[in-house]
Ligand binder design. Structure first.
Ligand SMILES: [Zn+2]
Length: 431
């Protein structure tokens, strides 16, 4: 086991370590980042008075707007010469969120990614085809360095060129694939269309899926397609990249590495800290970050935390699969709708494929319209049967969402595919 002692550390020891690191990082961020110092002063918080864990709730939250205001590198705690890498992800104002790393930060991130692979059961004998984007996006290099650290052989294909991906998958015999879940599903679909049987022609036993919310039903479909074990991975560029948390073979929540992250859940409206098991927005503090020590980062992702020991033996708290992002939430006629709820319903209808779009339009009132593909072998259904599938889907959506959504069934292959994060929501409301 990679970093066995840290992976198996008991809760008491983890909490003691967390608290020691938290106090240090608060003083470090305050002492070295003028923008953070200003925020503390405005909130009337002195770092030396953060003496108990309860005091930490008074530390000002960091948001993506802080990245915009301090674009590109205003949140640095070290001189430029100490940086060895930059990454960036899309921001709110058209300017990206730029994140910087020192050599120590890259080492921490690589270790976290190695734990992710280790936790998923990937070892030196494995071949990893890494289809996450290489470049400013953190996915590609994050998975790459983690896989190398556990000694696996990496095939750094990056995304796209699906037919070539399939050829390499077959010829080089990858046992692990890493990509977005929507791309994993698409890969299986193209393989079948090319006359391949993903279960027989490939040897993939583990899939590392992340970078977008997905449902338990999508997991079932991609596992069935390849005969692999699909592991959920979570992270974001502002927090190194992927590697904040990952699943173990129990597939029962994602272990958040408590020696490196302090994770809270808050009420997104009141910003009040919630207890274990209460669903809210994840707020994360990196305990060891050198270049950009972000305190209490509002992820916008909704989840809940469980500190019960996992059956795998690890005590690191588990976060539930992310339900959705609070800023992805659609408000339709006053009702909150998460795209993941729509996916959950669609994937339970056997006649439907995995590709869908959610359209929000506005006539007199807001309208929700779901366009979804029929499964490949269902494209020749009779009109009566198609109408029945549509009606069933509309009824299922109504019972889960509490509002009416009109459903349009389209032929398999009619909707656009994505090689990275799927773009599934089209909101054409003008107000
Ligand atoms: Zn576990």
């Amino acid at each position: 086991m990679f970093e066995r002692d840290l992976q198996l550390m008991k809760r008491d020891a983890l909490e003691t370590l967390q608290w020691r690191k938290l106090r240090r990082i608060v003083r470090y961020a305050y002492g070295n980042v003028p923008a953070i110092r200003r925020r503390f002063k405005a909130a009337g918080v002195e770092p030396d008075r953060v003496r108990r864990l309860e005091d930490f709730a008074r530390v000002p939250l960091t948001t993506k707007e802080d990245f915009a205001e301090n674009y590109p590198l205003g949140l640095l705690a070290v001189p430029r010469e100490k940086l060895v890498r930059l990454h960036a992800s899309s921001g709110t104002t058209g300017k990206p969120k730029v994140v910087a790393y020192t050599r120590n930060d890259l080492e921490t991130w690589t270790r976290l990614m190695a734990r992710l692979f280790d936790c998923a059961g990937v070892t030196a004998g494995d071949v990893v085809q890494n289809m996450y984007g290489y470049g400013l996006f953190t996915g590609g290099l994050g998975f790459h360095y983690g896989a190398e650290r556990v000694g696996a052989l990496v095939v750094p294909t990056g995304p796209g060129n699906t037919k070539r991906q399939l050829m390499l998958l077959k010829d080089l015999g990858a046992t692990v694939i890493a990509c977005t879940p929507s791309y994993g599903l698409y890969l299986g679909e193209v393989a079948r269309a090319e006359g391949l049987d993903p279960k027989k022609d490939f040897h993939v036993r583990v899939g590392l899926f992340g970078a977008e919310p997905w449902s338990e039903e999508a997991r079932g479909r991609v596992q069935d397609a390849f005969g692999l074990r699909a592991m959920d991975c979570y992270g974001m560029s502002e927090l190194y990249g992927p590697g904040v948390s990952c699943e173990c073979p129990e597939q029962d929540g994602l272990h958040t590495w408590a020696d490196e992250f302090y994770v809270e859940t808050i009420d997104p409206e009141t910003e009040e800290v919630l207890g274990p098991g209460e669903e809210g927005e994840l707020v994360v503090t990196m305990l060891n970050r050198e270049a950009m020590p972000i305190l209490r980062y509002r992820t916008r992702d909704l989840s809940k935390l469980d500190w019960e020991r996992c059956a795998c033996g690890r005590h690191h708290p588990r976060m539930a699969r992310v339900v959705g992002r609070s800023d992805d939430m659609l408000i339709i006629g006053g009702v909150n709708v998460f795209p993941s709820q729509v996916e959950h319903v669609l994937m339970q209808v056997p006649d439907l494929a995995e590709t869908y779009q959610i359209l929000v339009t506005q006539e007199v009132l807001d309208k929700l319209h779901v366009r979804v593909e029929l499964a490949p072998d269902r494209s020749a259904l009779t009109e009566a049967k198609t109408a029945a599938v549509r009606k069933r889907t509309e009824e299922d959506l109504r019972s889960v969402l509490g509002i009416h959504a009109s459903v349009e069934l389209v032929k398999h292959g009619a909707l656009p595919r994505s090689e990275g994060k799927a773009k599934r929501i089209v909101d054409v409301r003008t107000l």
